[in-house]
Write a protein that binds this ligand. Sequence first.
Ligand SMILES: [Zn+2]
Length: 175
Amino acid sequence: MPDAEDRRAHAMERARELGERAVDLTDRLAHLEAGESPNAADVKRARQAAQFSAALVRCGTGMFIVENDAHALVRRRASLAHEMAHVLWEHEFTTVLVNGDGCRAVAPAVEAEADRLGGELLIPFKAALAAARREWSDEEVAAAFEVSVPYARMRMNLSGARKVASRQRAARSRA
Ligand SMILES: [Zn+2]
């Protein structure tokens, strides 16, 4: 069983590979909805869900993310990062749907893992630490990383970046 750091490194490596293989989802969806995939029904259900943010849909041996382009860009980015994190962790799933409360029918520990890696994809820890050292506000972090203010606040706090920066400041002032 690889440790968490190995798994994270593997996931980030996969992120770089997959980044080069983005496809036009509107085009892909049109094909799926025309019945070219056994999972077309999943795609339709996903689109019709009132709170729908994003979904992972299996397609042959691969998978893709369907997302709701009616949402604000900052929300779309957060939804995509979360879904991508499930892919990168290689979480087991059938069809994963995200609504306002997170994915349906996914174990809380798995959700937490996807949330953490999603946060790392949008605001890497090193960048969060640099922002914390500059004493950026939540609003400044949100603007710089194209996320919502609550998302920026959550990431800056949960990543521990502000705590680390403030400890480093305290250590410097004692020196
Ligand atoms: Zn999820």
